[in-house]
Design a protein around this ligand. Structure first.
Ligand SMILES: [Fe+2]
Length: 315
């Protein structure tokens, strides 16, 4: 099973790692709409990823959609995405936003496919530029060639989904560009926290920083205790079915890495030690080159075949 919390330990950390910034300071959350969203989750067992459709009965956002990809054959498929399409159509929903919490390293995004089939605008955090820059050494693209996202979301920007309001919380640490999406009493946490018995996301990708993740998570856990938290992944221990919903109170009491009382220093030491033992995710090279280009697959070459690039001896 793939684990987002696995890693290559030889990539440079951000020069600003651990520095306090506005992005992770204890700023007050704005008062959000009282409207709580309706939420449908789709769990992809192959990558441990959860895709969400968040809606008000009419308009919706789709968060972190998965394009099926078999690294052995190089075949893509839309089985997972088509389950989302069926739900959206069955409920008469109109997708307004196709949102990524960050540039995933464990799966390819299905956002372009969903945009083509259902509509909606593809968006990601504005700090994706930092991630693109971090990988430019191995996946360079000439200016103007990169297929851009439809919208880059600024920290704390508010988006509208019909009668719902979404606030994008900048929660860097796993990557510089991670966002969590707060809608009513629900927060889609991306790769910050995992379920309490799994812990937290790895911090050793380019631009990652354990101290920064600690501060981002503390920001999330300062929300009201009953706030519903929806995970981006679950990697259930043997014998436990996959789960993806918990609360601030449950995380503060039971998260094995980030429960109340864990200091920043303790977390950083634990996370650094653990990340040093983790291999790179199986799909990081296929996934990153696609996902930093808004999920667009490469154009076909003269022979009609599309190719992904595998850099040799670069990591
Ligand atoms: Fe991730």
């Amino acid at each position: 099973m793939l684990r987002t919390d696995r890693a290559d330990n030889n990539v440079p950390l951000s020069k600003t790692c651990g520095r306090r910034s506005n992005a992770v300071s204890d700023i007050n959350f704005i008062i959000m709409s009282a409207m709580n969203p309706q939420i449908q989750a789709f769990f992809d067992a192959a990558t441990g990823t959860v895709t969400y459709v968040v809606h008000d009965g009419r308009d919706c956002a789709i968060i972190d959609p998965v394009l099926d990809y078999d690294p052995r054959s190089g075949r893509t498929a839309t089985t997972s995405a088509d389950a989302v399409v069926a739900f959206v159509r069955d409920h008469g929903l109109t997708p307004v936003w196709l949102l990524e919490t960050h540039a995933h390293a464990d799966h390819l995004s299905a956002a372009p496919y969903l945009k083509q089939v259902l509509g909606g605008r593809i968006a990601i955090g504005s700090h994706i530029a930092d991630v693109q820059q971090a990988f430019a050494r191995v996946f360079p693209q000439a200016p103007g060639v990169r297929r851009e996202f439809d919208h880059l979301i600024a920290p704390d920007e508010v988006l509208t989904i019909g009668t719902l309001q979404l606030q994008a919380l900048h929660v860097p640490g796993h990557t510089p560009a991670d966002l969590a999406y707060r809608i009513g009493d629900a927060v889609f946490v991306g790769d910050t926290l995992f379920m309490p018995d799994v812990g937290s996301a790895r911090c050793d990708f380019p631009g990652g920083c354990a101290a920064t993740l600690y501060r981002s998570v503390r920001r999330l856990l300062a929300l009201p205790p009953a706030t519903r938290l929806f995970m981006c992944h679950d990697y259930p221990p043997a014998g436990r079915p996959a789960r993806w919903e918990t609360t601030v109170a449950e995380q503060r009491a039971h998260n094995i890495h980030m429960h109340d009382g864990v200091t920043e220093q303790q977390f950083v030491e634990m996370r650094t030690r653990r990340d040093a033992t983790l291999p790179m995710p199986v799909l990081i090279l296929p996934a990153i080159q696609v996902n930093i280009s808004a999920g667009q697959l490469p154009e076909a070459e003269a022979n009609g075949v599309r190719y992904l690039k595998i850099p040799l001896d670069a990591f």
